[in-house]
Design a protein around this ligand. Structure first.
Ligand SMILES: [Zn+2]
Ligand SMILES: [Zn+2]
Length: 415
């Protein structure tokens, strides 16, 4: 009998944490934070034998160093790209916690310990534990991202992590040749909708940017440092206009390029990155906005990062555009702007004259993607996590013949 305990990320998006107990060993799948309020998952019962990390995003990785603070000594398994990006995000998160005057969840030496305890995994290569075999599969979500298959007590348990089933400009579609799966723990961020056609979105983005530049405007693209920055850079490089990069996306792109296998077309990305002008100092920013150009900058939800400077300087200019392109968590500046039309941040409360748009370039699968995936792997049981409408989705899946359930945080289930 295997026991699965949902520590966080159940019936919510953020702070993922799932404990799988084979009876002889305990595996922790992801251990993140809610990036908005810094809530963490429930604490797992120690000892933990290994932590299996799906990808670098903080809602999956953000609380791992705190386990070392508690005295944990074990190893974290992830792809090399995930470790590379995770170090960047965790260091930044620590700085942000300190800047906000919060008691940090971990200290620098906890993070350093995590980095010492890393074990690199390779897609489709089995890692053998005493009571389980574990394999990582390409999840197509962001560079380095993986789904994790755990085979124990005669059951094949798959945790999808965050997953994307179609090719994008940046990523190859998830590897779904997994054979039959007994238990799927499935992300459900967009269980209630399908995303628009990706290629058409990229084309319309290019058209809009062209329009902005021809009107002597500046196109601001707030992007998450990981994944979206690299995707945008690749897309807009086709246009041949001047591109500036600002914020953590620069270092993230440099790190992604150290692992060419983690993206679909690394040559194109490398060329685009070489050509883009990188803003290293705040004083360079005023020169950036002197002429029409494209600016790719953090943060993706407008809560911090250099994007605030550009909005402050450009919000009154009708010929400029601000295009949000990722999931905007409720409570963020970006979400507020989309919902109310007002930009409220850093002492500013304005209704921007610059054009504000949202483009659904999601790094997550849509509803049909999930359903088709479930049909393909044909699970006995499906647990839905990482979503806000999971209970409704579980009911709908039941209607389609799946044994689906949306567990609660703290709930322990046997499979
Ligand atoms: Zn993610
Ligand atoms: Zn996530």
């Amino acid at each position: 009998m295997t026991e699965i305990t949902f520590l966080g990320g159940a019936r919510e998006v953020g702070r993922m944490g799932i404990l799988v107990n084979s009876g002889r060993e305990r595996f922790l799948l992801d251990y993140g934070v809610n990036v908005e309020n810094m809530d963490v998952p429930l604490q797992p019962k120690m000892p933990i034998d290994a932590l299996l990390l799906s990808h670098a995003h903080l809602d999956h990785s953000g609380n791992i160093p705190s386990l070392y603070k508690l005295g944990w000594n074990g190893s974290v398994y992830a792809t090399p790209t995930t470790f590379e990006l995770c170090s960047l995000l965790l260091r930044d998160s620590l700085k942000v916690q300190e800047r906000k005057g919060l008691t940090p969840k971990y200290l620098m030496h906890d993070l350093a310990k995590m980095e010492r305890m890393k074990k690199n995994t390779v897609f489709r290569k089995t890692v053998n534990f005493k009571s389980a075999n574990v394999e990582f599969y390409d999840a197509g979500h962001v560079p380095g991202s993986a789904s994790i298959l755990l085979e124990t007590n005669g059951k094949r348990i798959l945790y999808t992590g965050d997953i994307k089933f179609i090719n994008t400009e940046l990523m190859k579609a998830a590897d779904t040749n997994l054979g039959d799966i007994d238990v799927v723990i499935c992300e459900s961020t967009y269980s209630y909708k399908n995303h628009p056609n990706r290629k058409e979105l990229a084309d319309s983005l290019k058209e809009k940017i062209q329009h902005t530049i021809y009107n002597n405007g500046i196109a601001i693209l707030p992007c998450f440092a990981i994944g979206r920055t690299q995707e945008m850079l690749s897309i807009v490089s086709d246009l041949g206009f001047p591109v500036f990069m600002d914020g953590m996306g620069i270092e993230a792109t440099r790190r992604v390029l150290l692992h060419p296998e983690s993206v679909r077309n690394h040559k194109k990305l490398r060329k685009a990155f070489k050509r883009a002008r990188k803003i290293r100092r705040g004083t360079q920013r005023k020169n950036v906005i002197a002429n029409p150009c494209i600016v790719i900058t953090t943060s993706g939800m407008l809560n911090g990062g250099p994007v605030g400077f550009y909005i402050k300087k450009l919000h009154e200019r009708e010929n400029c555009t601000l295009t949000l392109s990722g999931f905007q968590i409720p409570g963020t500046v970006g979400r507020h702007l989309l919902d109310t039309g007002r930009y409220v941040n850093e002492g500013l409360d304005v209704k921007p004259k610059m054009k504000v748009e949202f483009m659904d370039l999601s790094a997550h699968c849509g509803r049909d993607g999930i359903i088709n995936f479930l049909k393909k792997v044909n699970p006995e049981k499906t647990f839905l996590v990482h979503g806000e409408r999971v209970e409704e989705f579980a009911r709908e899946l039941k209607g389609m013949g799946f044994d689906a359930y949306a567990p609660r945080n703290g709930e322990k289930l046997r499979v």
